[in-house]
Design a protein around this ligand. Structure first.
Ligand SMILES: *Cc1c(COP(=O)(O)O)cnc(C)c1O
Length: 432
């Protein structure tokens, strides 16, 4: 069977003339899997079509935002209506109030928020707020948590108990990276040691409460609670980066799910319903540090853009329907358990990690809490699986470190079919 991907291949050749690596965001370049990226022409519900008219059941969902699937009719209608009246004014609109009230009035912690245009921008602003509010400089982050391409957070740990940031990207001054302390997830003693060592210097601890950018490293509730306790003890702020988990792990995200009260929460992805929106928020007190009320400056020409706000409103309104999350989680559990049953019957060294509507195929039999427990060599299996899935009409993000997302648009027929194709893919990998 040979699948025609000529148009995508041709478009990629052109793109390489214009963009570094032919793309506008690196992982899209398919470097960690085989072949050239597919250029997508159209999406509807749970399905996407590439430029060669190959059809796929999509589990990437634009990397998380599309919890309702592609081209959700209410979202399209809202965007289309709003855009008739103009696209941007640089002045307040009533749509900002509407989206803010949907979020704040239905969230257990938030009292005030600020809209920005991406998850990265939300995190960057949250760090500035934490530093401005505490008068301290250092930030603790965890290995394997991704927080966007913020300078001081593009840092990973080396070996040892405490590793001062060594940047993972060129172009970041050592002095920036030095303000970031990187720790392994799930190690309370390492954290306590650092908090003691740098007493009165740590502005904030930032974590993806459901780490989903380096595999799916689901943490114990007790670890997240421990972070809260230690932040109180040492006078630093707790930032939950809920750019993925916000409105995904239930409407109140991980903060509600784990009953932990962070001081600042960052959002992106789902909040914009597929358009570029980010947000950060917290108590009225902490948000009073933000300009023009307070001394921490943060601004944006397109912040609160009406078209993007309308997509967010149309999306969040649907998420608030009774039973929305129960139904989505139920489907995801069913889907994962079909694949898991196959894995068990064949005794493959693989397991599925699932939380809410997020899943990840771990090529290991052990539960994985930390980034360094993922064997880089196991990615060769993902590469083979990815190729098999593309050849058989299932689209996953092109990296074994990325999670999959189930949307409300996935039908039980989609999920049964995909579970079967994934199971066949595993047979193909392990029975050669
Ligand atoms: C995607 C992501 C970001 C960055 O958001 P962008 O909109 O890509 O800038 C930050 N934090 C987490 C947890 C994310 O998943």
């Amino acid at each position: 069977m040979s699948i025609n991907r000529d148009t995508s291949a041709h478009l990629f050749e052109i793109a390489k003339k214009y963009f570094p690596g032919g793309v506008n965001s690196p992982v899209r370049a398919f470097r960690s899997v085989e072949g050239t990226p597919l250029f997508i022409k159209k999406g509807r519900g749970s399905h996407i079509w590439d430029e060669d008219d190959n059809e796929f059941i999509d589990f990437c969902g634009s990397w998380g935002p599309l919890i309702l699937g592609h081209a959700n009719p209410n979202v399209i209608q809202a965007i289309t209506e709003t855009i008739q009246s103009g696209t941007s004014f640089g002045a307040p609109t009533r749509l900002e109030n509407e989206l803010a009230s949907l979020i704040v009035d239905n969230h257990p912690i938030l009292e005030k928020i600020r809209f920005v245009s991406s998850g990265t921008e939300a995190v960057m602003s949250a760090l500035r707020l934490a530093r401005g509010a505490t008068g301290r400089n250092k930030i603790i982050k965890f290995e394997g948590c991704y927080h966007g391409h913020v300078d001081s957070l593009l840092v990973k740990a080396g070996s040892g108990l405490v590793t001062f940031g060594i940047s993972t990207s060129a172009g970041i001054p050592e002095s920036f990276a030095a303000e970031t302390i990187v720790l392994p997830l799930n190690e309370p003693f390492a954290l306590e040691a650092v908090l003691q060592q740098f007493e009165n210097q740590i502005a904030a601890i930032i974590i993806e409460p459901i780490p989903a950018n380096n595999g799916l490293l689901v943490q114990n509730k007790s670890f997240l609670q421990y972070l809260r306790t230690k932040c109180d003890e040492y006078g630093c702020l707790l930032i939950f980066d809920e750019v993925i988990s916000g409105f995904r792990a239930g409407f109140g995200g991980a903060a509600e799910k784990y009953e932990v009260r962070p001081d600042i929460i960052t959002f992106g992805k789902i909040v914009g319903g597929g358009l570029p929106v980010g947000a950060y928020g917290g108590s009225a007190e902490i948000m009073s540090y933000i300009s023009p009320d307070g001394p921490v400056y943060q601004a944006g020409t397109l912040s609160g853009n009406p078209v993007a706000m309308s997509a967010g409103i149309a999306t969040l309104t649907q998420l608030l329907q009774p039973g929305f999350y129960e139904s989505l989680e139920g489907k995801t559990i069913q889907f994962c358990s079909e694949i898991s049953a196959h894995i068990q019957s064949k005794q493959y060294p693989v397991h599925l990690v699932q939380i809410d509507s997020i899943f990840w195929i771990a090529f290991s039999t052990d539960r994985i809490f930390q980034a360094e427990q993922i064997d880089p060599d196991s990615m060769k299996y993902f590469k083979q699986l990815h190729r098999h899935l593309l050849d058989n009409g299932v689209y996953f993000g092109p990296s074994g470190y990325e999670v999959g997302f189930v949307s409300a648009a996935h039908t039980s027929e989609d999920l049964e079919k995909a579970a079967q194709i994934i199971s066949e893919g595993l047979d193909f990998i392990f029975n050669v």
